[in-house]
Design a protein around this ligand. Structure first.
Ligand code: 6PG
Length: 463
């Protein structure tokens, strides 16, 4: 009996989908799960693919079933379970055996593990949900190129393809893969929030029902907003509840869940000093959504919102504009991290890697990849193709934010996008006032505009 090419631990939704994907691509995969019943159920469901699956009952059996040097994918919940699994596995491994964490790990944990482990270790971000894991996810690798090369044939075989190019690439050293996945999820949060705000404007400002909004989204999906998240939103808005016949969207509680990756992105942006206000607004909006009781009380106290009159085309352009600004912020964060962590992150490689398989895949990413090929160090806002679209659509974003604000409709991510744009294109900002204030109360000093002299102080007027 020939040995398995790769091992996989953790047969939850994502793990089992990934294992079937590996088996389907002709690789033999040895699997193990903490609960044996899950393994049995998995083998049953594998059908014909079970021929490429070795189901094992113990970690010893799992490691014995693998070719050396071994490679074992962990698909267990992020955090302590990963450390526990690594520790449990370690006694059965040889020095050159490799562990691959394919969960949604915090990249700082990945860096710590890589540093602490005396064996090859890869941290890979896997995006695309269950469907992606089963039929082609986007894979963002982090670690040593030699270690990546050992599993590259399997990872590229199972990955999504954009015009035959696999969306599986090494992003950079150590934690880079999980960092890029976190940025992906930050953008995912922001893109979802921007769409939810447009949904709010159409529902509450234009009094459209969910199926009609779904039609609008489906139409937009044929244009430059074409993306998995718009397609998803159209499907969500068009669905009906089997029990009541009502639009399904209308029976869903308006409190968003979150597992934490978007929050990590916002926290990390603060560490890096990179402005990502659209992503931060999206994280804050999820937190606000969770405060349902308080929102209900305040609605009683302060009343509702007014209708507005805004063309659907304006909303489409506003969403396009907001989307470009949120991607621009995500890529700015990538650039900052490359410097801070000494990673060889390449924005064009990341954009290409996101073109298929992942949740934020969209028609725009191909153009973004092209923009970064030409100017890898620039911001998306000044790439000619996107600068033209921003110039064309910023008026629509402004019109939408003004109309929504005027009617009392919340559009926090769109407002943040507009404020970001207005701030970043203001050559003479207002932080001179902040510097004056800091010097007034704390003698922090300021730099003079006219001659560049640093550490200057008042005198300040007393009254
Ligand atoms: C992906 C998704 C995936 C998942 C998030 C959900 O790329 O496939 O990002 O990882 O959707 O874990 O995150 P929240 O629960 O925080 O929304």
């Amino acid at each position: 009996m020939y040995k398995a090419d790769i091992g996989l631990i953790g047969l939850g939704t994502m793990g089992s989908a990934l294992a079937l994907n590996i088996a389907e691509k002709g690789f033999k995969v040895a699997v193990w799960n903490r609960t044996a019943a899950t393994t049995q159920a998995f083998v049953k469901e594998a059908g014909d693919l079970a021929a490429n699956v070795v189901a094992t009952q113990t970690l010893e059996e799992l490691t014995a079933a693998l070719k050396g040097p071994r490679a074992i994918i962990l698909m267990v919940p992020a955090g302590a379970p990963v450390d526990q699994q690594i520790a449990a596995l370690d006694p059965f491994l040889d020095a050159e055996d490799m562990v691959i964490d394919a969960g949604n790990a915090n990249f700082r944990d990945t860096m710590r593990r890589m540093e602490a482990l005396a064996r090859p270790f890869l941290g890979i971000g896997v995006s695309g949900g269950e469907e992606g894991a089963r039929h082609g996810p986007a894979i963002m690798g982090g670690g040593d190129p030699a270690h990546w090369a050992r599993v590259e044939p399997i990872l590229t075989a199972i990955a999504a393809k954009f015009e035959d190019t696999p969306c599986a690439n090494l992003m950079g050293e150590n934690g880079a893969g999980h960092f890029v996945k976190a940025v992906h999820n930050g953008i995912e949060y922001a893109d979802m929030q921007l769409i939810a705000e447009v949904y709010g404007v159409t529902r509450d400002g234009l009094s459209m029902d969910a199926p009609a909004i779904g039609e609008v989204f489906a139409g937009w999906n044929k244009g430059r907003l074409s993306s998995y998240l718009i397609e998803t939103s159209a499907a969500v808005a068009r669905a009906h509840d089997a029990a009541t016949g009502a639009p399904l969207l209308d029976v869903i509680v308006d409190a968003a869940g979150q597992k934490g990756t978007g929050r990590w992105t916002a926290i990390e942006a603060q560490h890096l000093g990179t402005p990502i206000p659209v992503i931060e607004a999206a994280v804050a909006a999820r937190n606000m959504s969770a405060q349902r009781g308080l929102r209900a009380d305040l609605a009683e106290s302060f009343g509702g919102v007014n209708e507005i009159d805004i063309p659907i085309d304006t909303l489409e352009a506003a969403l396009t504009c907001g989307k470009i600004l949120c991607y621009a912020q995500g890529f700015d964060m990538v650039r900052a991290a490359a410097g801070a962590f000494d990673w060889s992150l390449k924005p064009e490689v990341i954009a290409r890697n996101w073109r298929a398989g992942c949740i934020i895949r969209s028609a725009m990413l191909d153009d973004m990849a092209e923009a970064f090929e030409t100017a890898p160090d620039g911001t998306l806002m000044s790439a000619p193709y996107f600068a033209d679209i921003l110039a064309e659509t910023i008026g629509a974003l402004r019109e939408t934010v003004i109309a929504a604000n005027g009617a009392g409709l919340p559009v926090p991510a769109m407002s943040a996008a507009l404020a970001y744009f207005d701030t970043m294109r203001q050559a003479r900002g207002t932080a001179n006032m902040i510097q004056g204030q800091r010097d007034y109360f704390g003698l922090h000093g300021f730099e003079r505009l006219d001659n560049g002299a640093k550490d200057q102080h008042g005198p300040w007027a007393d009254d």
